[in-house]
Design a protein around this ligand. Sequence first.
Ligand code: AHR
Length: 333
Amino acid sequence: MSNHTKKRVSIVGALAATALLALAACSTSGGTATTSTSGAAAKIIKVGFSQVGSESGWRAANTKDIQATLTTANGFDLKFSDAQQKQENQIAAIRSYIAQGVDVIAFSPVVESGWDAVLQEAKAAKIPVVLTDRAVDSKDTSLYESFLGSDFVLEGQKAGEWAVKQFGDKPTNIVELQGTTGSAPANDRMAGFKKAIEGHPNLKIIASQTGNFTRAEGKTVMEGFLAANPKIDLVWAHNDDMGLGAIEAIEAAGKVPGKDIQMVTADATHDGMQALVDGKINFIVECNPLLGQQLADVIKQIMAGQAPEKRILTKETTFTQDQAKAALPTRQY
Ligand code: AHR
């Protein structure tokens, strides 16, 4: 038997064994699927998850983690949809989850505003909603059970504090690559950074524009910044991907990213960390995308009739070049 055939046989064997185990562990009672661990039957929880899109390395890691955690083996039936960064797609997905009668709806809102009507519909259908990663600005907080994710204001503040330390009293021209207009991370990171540099008039934001959290748009916007501004000292990019796009634009303009123009970004994804190790980015503020387990725990609490914490904050750090060198080999995303 060739190695290839052996591998296929062992994969088929493993799949058959997994299917048998799954059959043994799952039963259907009154039309409701259940899993059984140590004899106790537990209902499979139907979760409808509406993801923002696939705009960044952070998002890819977030999607992978959620899909790997909310599995049948862990007691979930996950219905997942990608909204391609469009609010109307998320609203349609949430309505479809309501129509399907899922047990819980979770979503990461592309923008902060405009959710009240659809969240009211979920509430009327008695389907609890969990916000992951990004907030909504609804005044009525009874429209969702819990919000788990980062403190984006703090992330922006950490980036600004680094800029204050790094540039001291030197006159410094800063350009800002904002995330998606109207999104919580763009609004909050912008505010946090601004607050940190207040009182340091030598640090000036000379241009600020959205790059929609993507590498391609980060590059295009940076090309415009470079063409319009002969002296740029620092790029503050709201995520690694836009920073990586800006690096391409800076190099194409014959300048050295990290030296001629310094860079501070948010996320700390693998590609961003590599650019930090390579000296093309100078500092990264971490934003952790691994929210799957916290989401699973919150959903199980809700299904058990318990009230989860209303706000669950993600633990995060920052990275200098040396810290990135040490962290990169074991980085999960
Ligand atoms: O909401 C989190 C942000 O969204 C990440 O910083 C960014 O990379 C993503 O697209």
